[in-house]
Design a protein around this ligand. Structure first.
Ligand SMILES: [Fe+2]
Ligand SMILES: [Fe+2]
Length: 191
């Protein structure tokens, strides 16, 4: 498991619990986006065979998470609608260098960090939610998101040396932490 360079602000969980409808809707969008990102990497790198099966499996798991969260939305009488996304992922990806193979390394590291942050936040939700169904949802998901973090790192190791990976990881993880420090005060999974 990759180490985040910051831990979540203790105020985040209180805001999240007070706005669980927003968090759940955002979560559904995040799972859909995670599936789409994995699939887009399969399209972008047909010449990198080590990516294909792990990312195909990961995309299917993210879609199954999307379906799970849709069920929970429906149970709460909520509709899946558009929502202003957190700027987190867009700002994080802004660090991706445009030329290959740096672009691949940076994208895999950003994806690994998103999975790690999701995992950290889902653990907080599972520990603090009083609704047993929602708490179980997050307890179940966080183990899978931790494995996704490992998958993205293993894929990076397929194509890059440990030295390259460690050096760039430090830069991207520091960037990730700085985005969260400046994030707007809106209830989102990654705010
Ligand atoms: Fe997921
Ligand atoms: Fe994931």
């Amino acid at each position: 498991m990759l180490k985040l360079t910051s831990t979540t602000d203790p105020l985040w969980i209180g805001r999240a619990l007070a706005n669980m409808d927003d968090i759940l809707l955002d979560h559904a969008h995040c799972e859909k986006k995670a599936a789409s990102t994995a699939l887009s990497l399969i399209f972008r790198y047909p010449d990198r065979p080590a990516l294909l099966l792990p990312l195909s499996r990961l995309a299917r798991e993210e879609l199954s998470h999307f379906e799970l969260v849709l069920d929970h939305l429906e149970r709460r009488g909520l509709k899946f609608v558009r929502q202003k996304p957190s700027p987190y992922a867009g700002k994080l990806m802004s660090i991706v260098r445009p030329l290959e193979p740096a672009r691949l390394l940076d994208t895999l590291l950003c994806c690994a960090l998103i999975e790690a942050r999701s995992c950290e936040r889902m653990k907080l939700l599972s520990e603090h939610l009083e609704d047993p169904e929602l708490s179980d949802l997050y307890r179940g998901l966080l183990a899978v998101e931790a494995r996704h973090n490992t998958t993205y790192l293993e894929l990076a190791r397929e194509y890059f040396s440990q030295g390259e990976l460690t050096e760039r990881f430090h830069v991207v993880a520091t960037h990730e932490a700085s985005i969260l420090r400046e994030a707007p005060d809106v209830p989102r999974l990654h705010n």
